[in-house]
Write a protein of this length. Structure first.
Length: 237
């Protein structure tokens, strides 16, 4: 086996190891301050120390563990985690005990950011961005009336709608947070809510919000964005 072939073969192994250990840490199966070594990882998963070391580095970058020559790996408390890392969020959403707290945190951050982003979008968005947001809202209405045969199209359209508002705000930090903030919508769809409807009957509000952004009505856009979030936050997993 060539070096390049071995590298390609190691990728799925690394992903599997990360998913197992990362999920166990963020869901509390592996406790804070618990220690383990590269050898422990190698033996548990039947992998080389090279792959184990790559997994350790990835976990360190996420703030989940700290490595030391004499001690090995020590699990860090949540205060040290990179809580906006998409993998960390996904692992927390996948865990039954961690899902509720993660959704609650995401919803609070969205409530703090998205209404302001909508206000800014109504003020600064380009004509092209305003048109795109309205088109997405109208597409959501079409999908409500006549559901698509393509699985997940409604969710994908809703994600694009909210992401477009964050990008149209003109605030690059809001835009950078879009994947993490919108993970809540994806989580509700993947793991299922009582209504199994991530939009919770807010399609008309989406259209009103898009029209407010199109017309430059800043206060109205902020109010409608908050109303949408208040409605959708009442649908828990």
């Amino acid at each position: 086996m060539t070096t390049s072939t071995r590298a390609v073969a190691a990728v799925p192994l690394l992903s599997h190891v990360l998913d197992e250990i990362g999920a166990e840490i963020v869901t509390g199966v592996i406790k804070t301050d618990q220690r383990f070594t590269l050898q422990d990882i190698s033996v548990r998963f039947g992998i080389s120390r090279t792959v184990a070391r790559e997994a350790m580095r990835a976990l360190e970058q996420m703030g989940l563990v700290m490595s030391s020559r004499r001690v090995g790996l020590t699990v860090l408390p949540m205060s040290e985690w990179n809580v906006f890392d998409q993998q960390v969020i996904n692992w927390r959403l996948a865990g039954e005990k961690s899902r509720g707290p993660q959704l609650h945190s995401l919803n609070q951050v969205r409530l703090a950011i998205e209404p302001l982003a909508a206000r800014l979008a109504a003020s600064t968005a380009s004509e092209e961005q305003r048109g795109e947001i309205l088109d997405l809202a109208l597409r959501l209405h079409e999908l409500e009336v006549s559901p698509s045969h393509r699985v997940g199209e409604e969710l994908a359209t809703d994600l694009r709608f909210h992401a477009s508002i964050l990008y149209a705000s003109g605030n690059e930090m809001f835009a950078a947070l879009a994947p993490s903030l919108l993970a809540m919508l994806k989580g509700k769809s993947v793991y299922g809510s009582r209504k199994r409807d991530p939009m919770s009957g807010t399609v008309d509000l989406h259209i009103e919000l898009a029209e407010a952004i199109r017309d430059g009505e800043t206060a109205q856009a902020e109010r409608l964005a908050r109303e949408i979030l208040d409605e959708t936050s009442s649908t828990s997993i």
